[in-house]
Design a protein. Structure first.
Length: 279
């Protein structure tokens, strides 16, 4: 596993970049690119249902749904469409891809399937929803024919929404999807259930909700900023014989949080593999 320490400045990106799909994740990426210096005139957005906020970028020079024959040579194609729409969009994407760098953020879509449908030199990536605020993490894997320069380009584009890690073994992407791609939902569920438990313990709904939300958000920020690992931070909160220890005795027992989360991650990994086969 590797991560880049000297990301390519987006202002130095060459050629035309096409973004296929400008929903929440695609839109977040586009916003990040422009904020970090990518020239709007280099960007083409293809999305028949582009949100108004994306359409408004036409005023900056971004081309929104132009005629295909007016796009010209494409250097980079970023695919952010829903996986179930990918094969339908395939013929149009293949016309654009050629030998371009193709960066896919579609869950479950393998390098082989992406290459089969639209060609190009493929980088498969899995971001997560905190990308919307620039705090995401993306894991990426490149096909063997992706050049070092193209990999640097992909890294710069993905890094616009948070940190990036590179792997060499594509089979790890199913577990990546289960841990970080789906992971934000697990954290939101934790906040949800903490609030519910607080109400059951006697707190007013509004207070329980605020306490749970701020505790999860603040703890995540502490984990982000601290040089200590999660286990050490947990131990630092836990006094022997105290209230936290009483709660952890329940969460950490043999039938508690660890085996449950293991089952959840395993189920998500299995489903990711199923989606990859179906694609």
């Amino acid at each position: 596993m590797t991560s880049s320490t000297n990301p390519l400045p987006l202002a130095d990106l060459r050629g035309t970049l096409v973004l296929a799909g400008a929903g929440k994740m695609g839109g977040a990426m586009l916003t990040g690119w422009l904020a970090r210096g990518l020239k709007p005139k280099r960007v083409v957005v293809i999305d028949p249902f582009a949100p108004d906020a994306i359409k408004a970028l036409a005023m900056t020079g971004v081309r929104i749904n132009p005629e295909a024959n007016s796009i010209g040579h494409v250097e980079t194609l970023v695919i952010a469409v829903k996986p179930q729409m990918f094969r339908e969009a395939g013929p149009a994407l293949r016309e654009l891809a050629g030998s371009a760098l193709v960066v896919s953020i579609m869950a479950g879509a393998t390098i082989a399937s992406i290459s089969e449908v639209c060609g190009g030199r493929v980088v498969r990536a899995m971001p997560n929803t905190p990308a919307a605020i620039g705090r995401g993490i993306t894991v990426a894997v490149a096909a063997g024919d992706v050049s070092a320069e193209q990999r640097d380009t992909a890294d710069a584009l993905l890094r616009a929404t948070g940190s990036v890690e590179w792997i060499e073994d594509e089979s790890l992407m199913d577990a990546v999807t289960a841990v970080s791609g789906s992971g934000p939902a697990y954290v939101f569920l934790l906040a949800e259930e903490m609030a519910r438990a607080g109400v059951a313990a006697g707190l007013p709904v509004e207070l329980a909700t605020k306490l749970a939300r701020e505790t999860v958000a603040g703890s995540g920020e502490l984990l982000h900023r601290s040089e200590l690992d999660a286990a050490t931070l947990r131990k630092n909160v836990t006094s022997p014989g105290g209230t936290t220890a009483a709660a952890l005795d329940v969460l950490m027992r043999a039938d508690g949080f660890e085996p449950l989360l293991n089952k959840a991650i395993a189920a998500a990994t299995k489903r990711s593999k199923e989606l990859a086969k179906a694609g």
